[in-house]
Write a protein that binds this ligand. Structure first.
Ligand code: HMG
Ligand code: MG
Length: 297
């Protein structure tokens, strides 16, 4: 059976925009976030406090946050270290996210340290965030495969998930960074994680490289997951995962859930308009199939 309600975490302004060729100004990013919020998305990842040399698209996340009017909105940002956390706190982020991996090689390429080193660093970041009353989400990349190591044993996902929850993350988001998983694998992996984590602390984060994202989401909803990450217009990819496509498109997730009578609180029309705005600014077409279908009507 499916959950009655699903929370969507809109990651387009971060995961989407961090891998687009066109870098948007803080003004445009803030306008996109405001439009997404007006569509009913109440959890939005607004940017990253990471090295601007590594991810220039996310520079000036502080200016972006300053321009968003917050009303019934939880804005989250990536914070890879204490410096990123300090910037997140002074920008007034409601939530931060730390990002680990289930693959040693991916961890080294993405954040220049081993999984174990990253977890030690994140424990400090999460503890410090909580001292300021800011909740921390924990990501795990490469949960169903790694661009460098190939297959990833779910046992590695389970141990990183346990560590993130133990250090105080309120939720772990399981990332199929390169979109290689298929529904049965996704379901088995989530079932294993659910043995160490309550289902309401598990989110799923599928990139759509192999066109499996919606099917994977459906499989995970059937296990009882009720938090889904997605990106408006299917923007993005991952700069450290060659060939990765964007996240599953929010429009497609909302359409699927609406058709199955699962509540999301999101207005599809307003969401489509926000996606069209982003695509105009980025000078690209939406990857969302629902957006394409509506445009052709
Ligand atoms: P490092 O190289 O280990 O450490 O960086 P460092 O302290 O030597 O710093 C290197 C440079 O970054 C220095 O600048 C620092 O000042 C600067 P330089 O001397 O070269 O001019 N720096 C910072 N700048 C701004 N804010 C900071 C900060 N910290 C250091 N907080 C670090 C480690 C992780 C910081 C760096 O490698 C980095 O920023 N990497 C980018 C990681 C990233 O954003 N990846 C993409 C997001 S993760 C993702 O997309 C996956 C996800 O979607 C889930 C999934 O799909 O799998 C979440
Ligand atoms: Mg991602």
């Amino acid at each position: 059976s499916l959950p009655v309600r699903v929370s969507i975490v809109e990651v387009g302004p971060r995961d989407g925009l961090q891998n687009e060729k066109v870098t948007l100004s803080p003004q445009i990013r803030a306008e996109l976030i405001s439009r997404l919020a007006a569509a009913g998305l109440s959890r939005i990842e607004a940017g990253s406090f990471v090295s601007p040399k590594a991810v220039p698209q996310m520079a000036h996340t502080d200016a972006t946050l300053a321009l968003v009017v917050r009303d019934n909105l939880r804005l989250s940002v990536l914070a890879p270290n204490l410096r990123g956390l300090a910037a997140a706190l002074s920008a007034g982020a409601d939530e931060i996210a730390v990002f680990a991996a289930a693959s040693e090689t991916f961890s080294k390429r993405n954040i220049h340290c081993s999984i174990e080193e990253s977890l030690a660093r994140y424990a400090e970041v999460v503890a410090e965030a909580r001292r300021y009353g800011v909740m921390a989400r924990g990501y795990i990349s490469c949960v169903l495969g790694c661009p460098y190591e190939g297959e990833i044993d779910s046992g590695r996902v389970v141990s990183v998930a346990s560590a993130l929850l133990e250090m105080g993350c309120f939720e772990v988001s399981l990332g199929d960074t390169i979109g290689v998983g298929a529904p049965l694998q996704a379901r088995r992996m989530v079932e294993r994680v659910a043995r160490v984590a309550p289902l309401d602390k598990i989110a799923v984060h599928f990139h759509d490289t192999y066109g499996q994202a919606l099917a994977n989401i459906f499989a995970c909803l059937e296990v009882g997951v009720c938090v889904v990450d997605s990106s408006v217009a299917g923007l993005g990819g991952c700069p450290f995962a060659p060939g990765a496509a964007g996240n599953v498109a929010t429009e497609d997730v909302v359409y699927m859930l609406e058709r199955m009578d699962v509540e999301t609180g999101v207005s599809l029309d307003r969401l489509l308009a926000a996606g069209a705005f982003a695509c105009r600014e980025l000078k690209r077409a939406p990857a969302s199939r629902v957006a394409q279908a509506y445009a052709a009507r």
